[in-house]
Design a protein around this ligand. Structure first.
Ligand code: SAM
Ligand code: SF4
Length: 453
């Protein structure tokens, strides 16, 4: 899957301006880049050329995703873990962490607290150690989250970020109706991986790397992959991630739906987390985002609250399509949390504050879950997304879900700015469907919920 020698050779590629500009032309046609082309962009040193790369990434982002930003929040249900990831506050030997495995009642309360802030999309996160050692705890928790109502509102999409599963377990979790199954390789560099994951099932590099194959084989067609930046050389990591995607595309005809790009953050009881072996500074981080946007234009890019508001803005323009907001990374953090967070957050603002800020940057927040509800996932999503048609459905859906948020949860200030924003965005909707969108928005104002294209 990962050809180390090939990657090492590609890392020595010298990037010349002509080659870079040819690749950027291809990108502007919204075409996916090859491993070799990605390496040429990565090896660019000339800052002027980087300006052109950033400009191309912004172009692709706007062409495909418009100015929408999809919002979600993580829900940590347990920090019990049998692994020793040296960078993580939840690792088994860390005595500074109060362990908590939420009961179903507590998960209910957490979900309700999230719903009451206006969230519709949740990412369920857990350490790797379930009560009775079985997946049943996760399945029950998924059912609990979906069962909670706040008035007419409920969680419409639950993604999960949990330890690797067997094929049989993937079949079970698919039946529980998850959205995306997310798993980060952390580092694709095997020697670093071995050094950083010293005990527990996660110390098996190959088993983790093969997890997405097992998920696809079990019929899950919506997966997310990722890299924890700071553990090894970012160029090596990106080329490995692209190799991973090429492997999935060759074997299953489709790649991941999303890529997450966390950067290592300080975590209680971890010296390594505060002193990353390969720190990634802000300028480099922006380059990473731009290159990924250009390499896989149709794959969602996710940024978490690990990043501060300034970086989140810049990242949005360069290619990020989803962000978490109003997040807590400790079990029980939304309703009663006393336990320690998994790592430090860079953005402590509430969901409403983040939304206000998004609007002030002339962007539009979205809680849309329509593709998944209409079965536009996996290959179907790719077919639908590729011609750039995504905008015709995504913008109306963003406006519907934003209107719901305005009516049910927004502060007065956000309401005012939000209504102006919706009015302005309506002008961007093709005339042929504008009347229908206005009618639907009026229905939502009168109490209808969950309308989508
Ligand atoms: N336990 C499962 C696993 O490790 O795959 C899933 C949950 S784990 C809490 C989710 C992710 O948190 C990990 O994949 C890792 O990338 C990230 N993480 C761990 N420690 C971190 C830190 N100090 N800073 C930023 N992200 C961190
Ligand atoms: Fe456990 Fe995941 Fe943290 Fe590793 S990253 S210690 S597996 S919770």
């Amino acid at each position: 899957m990962i050809d180390e020698n090939k990657i090492e050779t590609l890392l020595k590629n010298v990037s010349d301006p002509l080659a870079v500009r040819d690749i950027l032309k291809k990108s502007k046609n919204l075409e996916r880049l090859s491993l070799e082309e990605t390496s040429i962009l990565l090896n660019t040193v000339d800052e002027k050329l980087w300006e052109e790369i950033f400009e191309a990434a912004s172009y692709v982002k706007t062409k495909i995703y418009g100015n929408r930003l999809v919002l979600f929040a993580p829900l940590y249900i347990s920090n019990l873990c049998k692994n020793e990831c040296l960078y993580c506050g939840f690792r088994a030997s860390n005595k500074d962490v109060h362990r908590q495995v939420l009961t179903q009642e507590e998960i209910h309360n957490e979900t309700l607290a999230l719903l009451k802030t206006g969230q519709k999309r949740i990412l369920l996160v857990s350490g790797e150690a379930y009560p009775n050692g079985k997946l049943d705890y996760i399945i029950d928790s998924i059912k609990t989250v979906y069962s909670v109502q706040d008035g007419k509102n409920n969680i419409r999409r639950l993604n999960v970020n949990i330890a690797p599963l067997t094929t049989e377990e993937f079949i079970k979790i698919k039946e529980a109706d998850i959205g995306t199954y997310q798993l980060f390789q952390e580092t694709y560099h095997k020697p670093s991986y071995k050094k950083l994951h010293t005990k527990g099932p996660k110390s098996d590099y190959d088993y983790r790397l093969q997890t997405i194959d097992r998920a696809f084989e079990a019929g899950i067609d919506d997966v997310g992959i990722g890299i924890l930046f700071g553990l090894y050389d970012y160029k090596y990591e990106i080329l490995s991630l692209v190799s991973h995607i090429e492997h999935l595309e060759a074997k299953f005809g489709m790649g991941p739906h999303t890529i997450s790009i966390p950067r290592l953050e300080p975590a209680t009881g971890s010296d390594l987390a505060s002193n990353p072996p390969y720190p990634v500074d802000d300028e480099t981080f922006k380059k990473i985002i731009a290159i990924l946007r250009l390499t896989v234009p149709y794959t969602g890019l996710i940024l978490s609250t690990r990043e501060n508001p300034k970086m989140r803005h810049e990242a949005m323009n360069l290619g990020i399509s989803q962000i978490s907001a109003g997040s807590k990374t400790n079990p029980g953090g939304y309703s009663s949390g006393k336990s320690v967070e998994q790592f430090s957050l860079g953005d402590h603002r509430s969901l409403d504050e983040v939304i206000l800020d998004i609007c002030s940057k002339d962007a539009i927040p979205s809680f849309c879950t329509s593709c998944y509800r209409l079965g536009r996932t996996g290959l179907d999503f790719m077919e639908y997304a590729k011609p750039g048609d995504i905008r015709k459905k995504c913008l109306p859906n963003a406006l519907y879900t934003f209107q719901e948020y305005i009516d049910d949860y927004a502060t007065e200030e956000t309401k005012k700015i939000g209504m102006k924003m919706i009015k302005k965005q309506l002008l961007d909707i093709p005339e042929s469907i504008r009347e229908r969108v206005i009618t639907n928005l009026n229905k939502i104002k009168k109490g209808a919920r969950d309308l989508y294209e």
